[in-house]
Write a protein that binds this ligand. Structure first.
Ligand SMILES: N[C@@H](CCC(=O)N[C@@H](CS)C(=O)NCC(=O)O)C(=O)O
Length: 221
């Protein structure tokens, strides 16, 4: 059986989990937290990786090879015959997932993390704060909370092209979801995680799309 090793609020994990649900795949989830050690991943990947998500499929262990690779999604796409990377959108999807995973994720996670006291279990706070502050500097979480309004304005601006893509179609690139739909869903799922944030009210099409993406399933063959 497929096994997804994840942190439940990680944007990249949310994308893969939704993709597995969409595909009606049988899979198990192994949840890690900010305070869990990563020795399981380190061992499975033979000391090559420590981040999440990681996918285990029997003896095969799948994980990303660089910042912008989509090794797990492409593995699932091939294995489950999903057609999420059609030739006609080759290149375009790549530009989009970079935008989603860098620009949108880069603002969305700050807005989410700023409220960590409201959703992150107390036992996970020390490693969480330490990890964030080592990466983004002392006091970053409170800085993001203080700058919430500006970050929200920035998110609304960044999401405008996504809203516009939905003007004439139900999914970002057409009549059915492709990989980039799951990818954006993951970034926004992280932003919304814990229930402290909402999708911008003015992006009504995006809100409808998000609701569709939360439940859409592949049509049975
Ligand atoms: N580009 C990678 C990014 C993976 C990533 O950055 N994962 C984070 C969690 S969101 C992580 O595990 N970071 C290392 C750590 O927490 O020690 C992907 O798409 O999977």
């Amino acid at each position: 059986m497929l096994e997804l090793i994840q942190i439940p609020y990680s944007p990249f994990c949310i994308a893969q989990r939704r993709l597995l649900e969409f595909a009606r795949a049988r899979f198990k989830v192994v949840n890690l937290s900010a305070s869990s050690d990563r020795s399981l991943i380190w061992r499975l990947t033979r000391q090559r990786y420590y981040a999440v998500p990681v996918l285990q499929d029997g003896k095969t262990v799948v994980f990303e090879t660089d910042e912008d690779s989509q090794v797990i999604a492409k593995y699932l796409d091939t294995k489950l015959g999903l057609g999420l990377f059609p030739r006609e959108w080759e290149g375009v999807q790549q530009v989009l997932w970079r935008f989603f995973e860098h620009e949108i994720e880069g603002v969305g996670f700050k807005l989410n993390n700023a409220h960590y006291r409201e959703w992150l279990p107390a036992r996970d706070r020390l490693p969480f704060i330490r990890y964030k502050e080592r990466k983004f500097g002392h006091g970053c979480l409170d800085r993001w909370l203080a700058g919430e309004e500006e970050l929200q304005t920035e998110l609304v601006r960044l999401l405008l092209p996504c809203e516009e893509m939905l003007l004439a179609r139900p999914f970002l690139l057409g009549e059915r979801p492709l990989f980039v739909d799951f990818d954006l869903y993951g970034m926004l799922g992280n932003y919304l995680y814990g229930g402290c944030q909402q999708l911008p009210a003015k992006h009504t099409l995006l809100r409808d799309w998000y609701a569709r993406m939360s439940t859409v399933k592949q049509k049975p063959a």
